[in-house]
Design a protein around this ligand. Sequence first.
Ligand SMILES: Cc1ncc(COP(=O)(O)O)c(C=O)c1O
Length: 402
Amino acid sequence: MLSEAQPCECYDLGMTRVYMDHNATTPLAEAVADRMMTVLREEFGNPSSVHHFGQRAKAVVDEARSAVAELIGGDPSEVIFTSGGTESDNFALRGAADALEPSGRRQLISSGIEHEAVLNTLKALARRGWQTTLVPVGATGLITAEALTASLTDQTAVVSIMHANNEIGTVQPVAELTRLAKARGAVVHTDAVQTAGKIPVNVKALGVDLLSISAHKFYGPKGVGALWVRRGLRLLPFMTGGKQERGRRSGTENVAAIAGMGVAARLAMAKMAEEASRLAALRNRLEQRILQAVPGTAINGDPDTRVPNTTNISFDRVEAESLLIALDLEGVAVSTGSACSSGTLEPSHVLKAMGLPAHRTQNSIRFSLGTANTEAEVDHVAAVLPRVVDKLRSLTRTPVRG
Ligand SMILES: Cc1ncc(COP(=O)(O)O)c(C=O)c1O
């Protein structure tokens, strides 16, 4: 477990391991783990119970609700705890679509670069008769006002555009897009899983109706998240059962995980500005060094409008999966948007939606930095890469593209 600025102590067989996959998940902050252990040991009550033990547990949940609300500029009564980003996205889209069914509006709008939690939920809703439209994205992964306007109709029920993309980090102009969608009477959701805790997220400034977040992306535990629901918005629950979360999300609360999320939210607020500029400097250093040292590399995404910890780089003539494995053997943990299934390499759906050619959609690696990363680690990764890439390229014969 890592606290704010401790170096990673993950060593095996004498190898120093560098973790640069924080968009996949982050390690628990020490204070989060401590609080969770205390709650697990001492606050075993059911928050729905009226007796002393229940009310203590309820107070723990309420304190975390206030912290999460503060992180996103909402009111605690608007925060619903869920099992994570995937559930929050499902709840937002299914709950809003179900609530809007009687209105006769039948169109759901999103983008091709969303997380699978949104894309696959839209597919499921399409099978139930909803018409889905994916707004085209530009070459840097940005969704423009013009592109959204061209898709909006009087039939639009819900618009869901992610705040920042998990693969490339590009931050969307959500406030502007929301204004356009609301002018046409649509309900607006944003998946802020990759921004909450990293950059300021304010539900009022964004103007949205629904916003998803997940604790394990900002040093909280896995399996807990929240959906912020604007007060007054009609949303049908998609889990039926008890009256928890004001009847909107049934099931006894995971009190310790929720408490952990609350502490993680407070930590994120306390160090956000400082950490964001530290990570941006590290990310830029990594990027510059890689681009200088490795020919045939290019940055994917919008270089100016992205979360501070993320860079996505295509390595010409290198399969992303092979590079990921070679780097792992060197002790460097990164990730790729492309996936190897049945022996063929699937291009990243994000880079594909941006219209990038095949040699960039299958060759890209995401480096996502976090609290424990240091300048020394960045320099280590930048030093290891040229050798690893050269070796992989020597196995193929096509020349490096410019
Ligand atoms: C943008 C985005 N949305 C949703 C999710 C899903 O969140 P969870 O892992 O909490 O279900 C992720 C996780 O990678 C994500 O990056």
